[in-house]
Design a protein around this ligand. Sequence first.
Ligand SMILES: Nc1ncnc2c1ncn2[C@@H]1O[C@H](COP(=O)(O)OP(=O)(O)OP(=O)(O)O)[C@@H](O)[C@H]1O
Length: 258
Amino acid sequence: MTSLRLRNVQAGYGGRPVMRDVSVDVPAGSWLAIVGPNGAGKSTLLKTMAGLLPGEGELLVDTHPVSSLSRKEKARLIGYAPQDPALPPGLTVTDYALLGRTPHLGLLSREGAADLSIVEDVLGRLDLGALAGRRLSTLSGGERQRAVLARVLAQRAGLLLLDEPTTGLDLGHAQALLELIDRLRREDGTTVVSTLHDLTFAAQYADHVLLLSGGEVVAAGTPGEVLTVPALSHHYGANANVIVTEHGELVIAPVRPK
Ligand SMILES: Nc1ncnc2c1ncn2[C@@H]1O[C@H](COP(=O)(O)OP(=O)(O)OP(=O)(O)O)[C@@H](O)[C@H]1O
Protein backbone atom coordinates (compact mmCIF):
# COMPACT_ATOMS: atom_id res chain seq x y z
CA MET A 1 0.00 0.00 0.00
CA THR A 2 1.65 3.20 -1.18
CA SER A 3 0.48 6.77 -0.68
CA LEU A 4 1.61 10.00 -2.25
CA ARG A 5 1.76 13.49 -0.77
CA LEU A 6 2.67 16.72 -2.55
CA ARG A 7 3.05 20.12 -0.96
CA ASN A 8 3.73 23.24 -3.03
CA VAL A 9 5.46 21.27 -5.76
CA GLN A 10 6.89 23.16 -8.69
CA ALA A 11 8.75 21.86 -11.76
CA GLY A 12 9.70 22.89 -15.26
CA TYR A 13 12.35 22.86 -17.93
CA GLY A 14 15.56 24.87 -18.29
CA GLY A 15 14.83 26.88 -15.15
CA ARG A 16 11.36 27.88 -16.39
CA PRO A 17 8.58 26.48 -14.16
CA VAL A 18 5.58 25.15 -16.11
CA MET A 19 3.77 23.69 -13.10
CA ARG A 20 3.50 25.54 -9.80
CA ASP A 21 2.25 25.22 -6.26
CA VAL A 22 0.66 21.77 -6.56
CA SER A 23 -0.51 20.26 -3.27
CA VAL A 24 -2.45 17.01 -3.21
CA ASP A 25 -2.77 13.85 -1.12
CA VAL A 26 -3.32 10.52 -2.84
CA PRO A 27 -4.25 7.98 -0.16
CA ALA A 28 -3.13 4.36 -0.61
CA GLY A 29 -5.57 2.43 -2.80
CA SER A 30 -7.23 5.50 -4.31
CA TRP A 31 -7.30 6.78 -7.89
CA LEU A 32 -6.47 10.39 -8.78
CA ALA A 33 -7.13 11.63 -12.31
CA ILE A 34 -5.13 14.64 -13.50
CA VAL A 35 -7.07 16.47 -16.18
CA GLY A 36 -6.70 19.77 -18.00
CA PRO A 37 -6.26 21.26 -21.46
CA ASN A 38 -3.23 20.64 -23.70
CA GLY A 39 -0.03 22.08 -22.27
CA ALA A 40 -1.52 22.50 -18.77
CA GLY A 41 1.37 20.63 -17.15
CA LYS A 42 -0.19 17.19 -16.59
CA SER A 43 2.71 15.11 -17.97
CA THR A 44 5.19 17.39 -16.20
CA LEU A 45 3.40 16.75 -12.89
CA LEU A 46 3.37 12.99 -13.48
CA LYS A 47 7.10 12.93 -14.37
CA THR A 48 7.83 14.91 -11.22
CA MET A 49 5.80 12.43 -9.15
CA ALA A 50 7.83 9.61 -10.73
CA GLY A 51 11.05 11.32 -9.66
CA LEU A 52 12.15 11.69 -13.28
CA LEU A 53 12.06 15.46 -13.28
CA PRO A 54 13.51 17.39 -10.34
CA GLY A 55 10.92 19.45 -8.54
CA GLU A 56 10.83 21.93 -5.69
CA GLY A 57 8.58 21.46 -2.68
CA GLU A 58 7.65 18.35 -0.73
CA LEU A 59 6.99 15.11 -2.60
CA LEU A 60 6.62 12.00 -0.45
CA VAL A 61 6.02 8.42 -1.57
CA ASP A 62 4.78 6.87 1.67
CA THR A 63 7.15 8.64 4.05
CA HIS A 64 10.12 8.82 1.66
CA PRO A 65 11.05 11.96 -0.29
CA VAL A 66 11.02 10.71 -3.89
CA SER A 67 14.41 12.34 -4.46
CA SER A 68 15.95 10.13 -1.73
CA LEU A 69 14.96 6.85 -3.40
CA SER A 70 17.50 4.83 -5.37
CA ARG A 71 16.60 3.77 -8.91
CA LYS A 72 15.78 0.26 -7.74
CA GLU A 73 13.69 1.45 -4.77
CA LYS A 74 11.78 3.75 -7.11
CA ALA A 75 11.16 0.91 -9.57
CA ARG A 76 9.81 -1.32 -6.78
CA LEU A 77 7.45 1.36 -5.47
CA ILE A 78 6.47 3.23 -8.62
CA GLY A 79 5.31 1.98 -12.01
CA TYR A 80 5.42 4.79 -14.56
CA ALA A 81 4.03 4.55 -18.09
CA PRO A 82 4.96 7.59 -20.21
CA GLN A 83 2.70 8.89 -22.95
CA ASP A 84 5.00 7.99 -25.82
CA PRO A 85 7.80 5.67 -24.71
CA ALA A 86 10.68 4.63 -26.97
CA LEU A 87 10.39 0.86 -27.37
CA PRO A 88 13.19 -1.57 -28.21
CA PRO A 89 11.81 -2.74 -31.61
CA GLY A 90 13.50 -6.16 -31.64
CA LEU A 91 12.03 -7.41 -28.35
CA THR A 92 8.99 -9.65 -28.26
CA VAL A 93 5.95 -8.61 -26.23
CA THR A 94 6.76 -11.23 -23.56
CA ASP A 95 10.43 -10.20 -23.25
CA TYR A 96 9.43 -6.56 -23.04
CA ALA A 97 6.80 -7.20 -20.35
CA LEU A 98 9.36 -9.28 -18.44
CA LEU A 99 11.46 -6.11 -18.10
CA GLY A 100 8.81 -5.05 -15.58
CA ARG A 101 10.05 -7.82 -13.30
CA THR A 102 13.67 -6.53 -13.28
CA PRO A 103 13.35 -4.52 -10.02
CA HIS A 104 12.33 -7.72 -8.22
CA LEU A 105 15.32 -9.79 -9.34
CA GLY A 106 18.46 -10.28 -7.30
CA LEU A 107 21.85 -9.28 -8.64
CA LEU A 108 22.72 -11.49 -11.65
CA SER A 109 19.55 -13.58 -11.27
CA ARG A 110 17.20 -14.17 -14.20
CA GLU A 111 13.42 -14.16 -14.33
CA GLY A 112 11.90 -17.37 -13.00
CA ALA A 113 8.65 -19.28 -13.49
CA ALA A 114 6.79 -16.95 -11.09
CA ASP A 115 7.82 -13.88 -13.13
CA LEU A 116 6.75 -15.56 -16.37
CA SER A 117 3.43 -16.52 -14.84
CA ILE A 118 2.78 -12.90 -13.76
CA VAL A 119 3.60 -11.71 -17.29
CA GLU A 120 1.38 -14.34 -18.93
CA ASP A 121 -1.46 -13.36 -16.65
CA VAL A 122 -1.10 -9.65 -17.47
CA LEU A 123 -0.80 -10.34 -21.22
CA GLY A 124 -3.96 -12.45 -21.08
CA ARG A 125 -5.90 -9.75 -19.26
CA LEU A 126 -4.77 -7.12 -21.77
CA ASP A 127 -5.79 -9.34 -24.69
CA LEU A 128 -2.16 -9.70 -25.76
CA GLY A 129 -1.85 -13.48 -25.32
CA ALA A 130 -1.93 -14.16 -29.06
CA LEU A 131 0.74 -11.50 -29.64
CA ALA A 132 3.13 -12.70 -26.91
CA GLY A 133 5.80 -13.84 -29.40
CA ARG A 134 5.48 -10.86 -31.76
CA ARG A 135 8.21 -8.22 -32.04
CA LEU A 136 7.20 -4.76 -30.77
CA SER A 137 8.03 -3.19 -34.17
CA THR A 138 5.23 -5.21 -35.79
CA LEU A 139 2.43 -4.10 -33.43
CA SER A 140 -0.35 -1.62 -34.17
CA GLY A 141 -0.48 1.61 -32.14
CA GLY A 142 -3.10 0.29 -29.70
CA GLU A 143 -1.29 -3.04 -29.32
CA ARG A 144 1.97 -1.20 -28.57
CA GLN A 145 0.22 0.92 -25.96
CA ARG A 146 -1.13 -2.22 -24.28
CA ALA A 147 2.38 -3.75 -24.31
CA VAL A 148 3.70 -0.68 -22.47
CA LEU A 149 0.99 -1.07 -19.85
CA ALA A 150 1.71 -4.80 -19.59
CA ARG A 151 5.32 -4.03 -18.62
CA VAL A 152 4.17 -1.53 -15.99
CA LEU A 153 1.47 -3.81 -14.57
CA ALA A 154 3.92 -6.76 -14.44
CA GLN A 155 6.07 -4.58 -12.19
CA ARG A 156 3.38 -4.95 -9.48
CA ALA A 157 4.36 -1.61 -7.94
CA GLY A 158 2.18 -0.12 -5.20
CA LEU A 159 1.85 3.18 -7.06
CA LEU A 160 0.97 3.40 -10.75
CA LEU A 161 1.59 6.67 -12.61
CA LEU A 162 -0.05 6.37 -16.02
CA ASP A 163 0.23 9.11 -18.63
CA GLU A 164 -2.82 8.92 -20.92
CA PRO A 165 -3.11 5.13 -20.63
CA THR A 166 -6.08 4.91 -23.02
CA THR A 167 -4.49 6.85 -25.90
CA GLY A 168 -4.84 4.91 -29.14
CA LEU A 169 -7.07 2.25 -27.60
CA ASP A 170 -10.51 1.48 -28.99
CA LEU A 171 -13.46 1.86 -26.63
CA GLY A 172 -13.55 -1.81 -25.59
CA HIS A 173 -9.82 -2.13 -24.95
CA ALA A 174 -9.77 1.21 -23.10
CA GLN A 175 -12.59 0.06 -20.84
CA ALA A 176 -10.96 -3.36 -20.27
CA LEU A 177 -7.67 -1.68 -19.33
CA LEU A 178 -9.31 0.72 -16.86
CA GLU A 179 -11.32 -2.15 -15.35
CA LEU A 180 -8.09 -4.13 -14.89
CA ILE A 181 -6.40 -1.18 -13.19
CA ASP A 182 -9.45 -0.69 -10.98
CA ARG A 183 -9.36 -4.36 -10.00
CA LEU A 184 -5.70 -4.06 -8.97
CA ARG A 185 -6.70 -1.05 -6.91
CA ARG A 186 -9.57 -2.84 -5.15
CA GLU A 187 -7.88 -6.22 -4.67
CA ASP A 188 -4.25 -5.27 -4.04
CA GLY A 189 -4.67 -1.70 -2.78
CA THR A 190 -2.69 -0.33 -5.72
CA THR A 191 -2.67 3.48 -5.79
CA VAL A 192 -3.32 5.02 -9.20
CA VAL A 193 -2.56 8.46 -10.63
CA SER A 194 -3.39 8.90 -14.30
CA THR A 195 -3.67 11.77 -16.69
CA LEU A 196 -6.79 11.39 -18.81
CA HIS A 197 -8.16 13.43 -21.67
CA ASP A 198 -11.32 11.33 -21.72
CA LEU A 199 -13.28 13.08 -19.00
CA THR A 200 -16.03 10.46 -18.92
CA PHE A 201 -13.42 7.82 -18.05
CA ALA A 202 -11.91 10.21 -15.49
CA ALA A 203 -15.35 10.72 -13.92
CA GLN A 204 -16.20 7.02 -13.88
CA TYR A 205 -12.92 5.59 -12.54
CA ALA A 206 -11.22 8.21 -10.38
CA ASP A 207 -12.10 8.98 -6.74
CA HIS A 208 -10.60 12.42 -7.06
CA VAL A 209 -9.88 14.75 -9.94
CA LEU A 210 -7.22 17.46 -10.12
CA LEU A 211 -7.87 20.05 -12.83
CA LEU A 212 -4.71 21.81 -14.03
CA SER A 213 -4.77 24.88 -16.21
CA GLY A 214 -1.79 27.04 -17.07
CA GLY A 215 0.41 24.98 -14.75
CA GLU A 216 -1.76 25.54 -11.67
CA VAL A 217 -4.43 23.58 -9.85
CA VAL A 218 -7.70 25.36 -10.60
CA ALA A 219 -10.04 22.76 -9.09
CA ALA A 220 -9.74 19.60 -7.01
CA GLY A 221 -12.34 17.27 -5.55
CA THR A 222 -14.71 14.50 -6.55
CA PRO A 223 -15.46 14.13 -10.29
CA GLY A 224 -18.88 15.74 -9.76
CA GLU A 225 -17.34 18.74 -8.00
CA VAL A 226 -14.63 19.35 -10.60
CA LEU A 227 -16.15 18.35 -13.94
CA THR A 228 -18.86 20.96 -14.23
CA VAL A 229 -20.28 22.68 -17.32
CA PRO A 230 -18.78 26.09 -16.33
CA ALA A 231 -15.34 24.54 -15.63
CA LEU A 232 -15.31 22.75 -19.01
CA SER A 233 -16.28 25.97 -20.73
CA HIS A 234 -13.84 28.17 -18.82
CA HIS A 235 -10.73 25.96 -18.81
CA TYR A 236 -11.18 23.90 -21.99
CA GLY A 237 -13.23 26.38 -24.04
CA ALA A 238 -15.54 23.40 -24.57
CA ASN A 239 -19.27 23.23 -25.07
CA ALA A 240 -20.28 20.10 -23.19
CA ASN A 241 -23.04 18.60 -21.11
CA VAL A 242 -22.54 16.69 -17.87
CA ILE A 243 -25.08 13.88 -17.86
CA VAL A 244 -25.86 11.71 -14.83
CA THR A 245 -26.93 8.18 -15.83
CA GLU A 246 -29.63 6.22 -14.00
CA HIS A 247 -26.82 4.46 -12.10
CA GLY A 248 -25.40 7.79 -10.96
CA GLU A 249 -22.39 7.73 -13.30
CA LEU A 250 -21.23 10.89 -15.02
CA VAL A 251 -20.92 11.20 -18.79
CA ILE A 252 -19.20 14.26 -20.25
CA ALA A 253 -20.76 14.73 -23.67
CA PRO A 254 -19.56 17.33 -26.19
CA VAL A 255 -22.39 19.35 -27.69
CA ARG A 256 -22.01 21.21 -30.99
CA PRO A 257 -22.29 24.95 -30.37
CA LYS A 258 -25.42 26.40 -32.00
N1 LIG B 1 11.12 18.95 -22.40
C1 LIG B 1 10.52 20.13 -22.39
N2 LIG B 1 11.23 21.28 -22.55
C2 LIG B 1 10.64 22.49 -22.53
N3 LIG B 1 9.30 22.67 -22.36
C3 LIG B 1 8.55 21.58 -22.21
C4 LIG B 1 9.11 20.26 -22.22
N4 LIG B 1 8.11 19.37 -22.04
C5 LIG B 1 6.97 20.09 -21.93
N5 LIG B 1 7.24 21.42 -22.03
C6 LIG B 1 6.26 22.52 -21.94
O1 LIG B 1 5.67 22.47 -20.65
C7 LIG B 1 4.29 22.78 -20.72
C8 LIG B 1 3.50 21.65 -20.07
O2 LIG B 1 3.68 20.48 -20.86
P1 LIG B 1 3.04 19.08 -20.45
O3 LIG B 1 3.54 18.06 -21.43
O4 LIG B 1 3.29 18.83 -19.02
O5 LIG B 1 1.50 19.39 -20.69
P2 LIG B 1 0.25 18.39 -20.73
O6 LIG B 1 -0.79 18.99 -19.84
O7 LIG B 1 0.67 17.00 -20.41
O8 LIG B 1 -0.19 18.54 -22.24
P3 LIG B 1 -0.92 17.54 -23.28
O9 LIG B 1 -2.36 17.43 -22.84
O10 LIG B 1 -0.83 18.31 -24.57
O11 LIG B 1 -0.18 16.23 -23.30
C9 LIG B 1 3.96 23.00 -22.18
O12 LIG B 1 3.95 24.39 -22.42
C10 LIG B 1 5.11 22.35 -22.92
O13 LIG B 1 5.37 22.99 -24.15
